[in-house]
Write a protein that binds this ligand. Structure first.
Ligand code: PMM
Length: 268
């Protein structure tokens, strides 16, 4: 069954849930609650990837994420660390994280793939073209599905060369990262092409701007906080396609949606 990864951003400026947690204890509690609701993974991130976001220092990122990762891991929660930095990946796996989620697929930090190979954890390689501050300047594609598939294929090859086998890799099309609205829909429709590559596939559509655009009224995009029903609909459809996981903010909605898809499939 498709699993749910709950988003736990410990950043003051993430686009959809930034600044929610007043303390480390609050963030840990929010993660614990998502796990209790059925999230198989809690994805802890300390650097916003909102389009246009500036980078944070290594020290700030470490300060934000390490206490939250260890606070969840000691309670038996499966934690993934959302980072593009090898140093953060290593510190968090040492603190108890069991997966590295790298939105740059190893392109942002030349040490990342070797580090993950050494840590022997699973690795999410997402399609990426540039850091968030500049990524919306790189949204030109002739055929977005084919180009994302080829890029992910080459990241898979780079993983293999670094010693991360395909069974440890999860590929992600990177919805909203250097993508125009229509590219995100084309990538969702093109999921079978991405699955053909071989490894497990993760989809992160939750509360993203292309959903705000879809649900716009009077020319105004729908608020990020009111995109969870559309997110759950994507989770159901992604589950029908047999993806490995969906990365979402509202865990309960997607768990229900995936159960619907599963019941439907079992009856087919
Ligand atoms: N999206 C965001 C952050 N990390 N990681 C993966 N693997 N896939 C995604 O689509 C993804 C990600 C941005 O969303 P957020 O600011 O709500 O966390």
């Amino acid at each position: 069954m498709t699993l749910v990864m709950g988003v736990l951003n410990v950043t003051p400026d993430s686009f959809s849930d930034g600044g929610r947690y007043a303390s480390v204890a609050d963030a840990i509690e929010a993660g614990r609650q998502m796990a209790e609701r059925g999230a198989a993974w809690i994805d802890v991130g300390g650097e916003s990837t909102r389009p246009g976001a500036q980078r944070v220092s290594l020290e700030t990122e470490l300060e934000r994420v390490v206490p939250v990762v260890s606070g969840l891991a000691v309670q038996g929660v499966a934690v993934s660390i959302d980072t593009t930095r090898a140093t953060v990946a290593r510190a968090c796996v040492t603190a108890g994280a069991a997966m590295v989620n790298d939105v740059s697929g190893g392109l942002a930090d030349p040490q990342m793939l070797e580090t993950v190979a050494d840590l022997e954890v699973d690795y999410v390689a997402m399609h990426w073209r540039a850091h968030s501050a500049a990524m919306q300047e790189f949204t030109a594609y002739d055929d977005v599905v084919e180009e994302v598939a080829e890029s992910l294929q080459s990241r898979l090859q780079a993983c293999a060369e670094a010693g991360i086998g395909p069974d440890r890799v999860i590929l992600d099309p990177g919805l909203g990262f250097a993508k125009e609205t229509h590219h995100n829909w084309e990538l969702l429709a093109g999921l079978p092409r991405l699955q053909e590559i071989g490894p497990r596939v993760l989809v992160g559509a939750s509360r993203k701007r292309f959903l705000g655009a879809l649900l716009a009224a009077d020319g105004q995009p729908r608020d990020a906080a009111d995109r969870d029903i559309a997110t759950a609909a994507i989770s159901a459809l992604a589950a029908m396609h047999g993806v490995w996981g969906v990365r979402v903010h509202d865990v309960s909605g997607s768990i229900d949606a995936i159960k619907v898809a599963q019941a439907w499939q079992e009856a087919t």
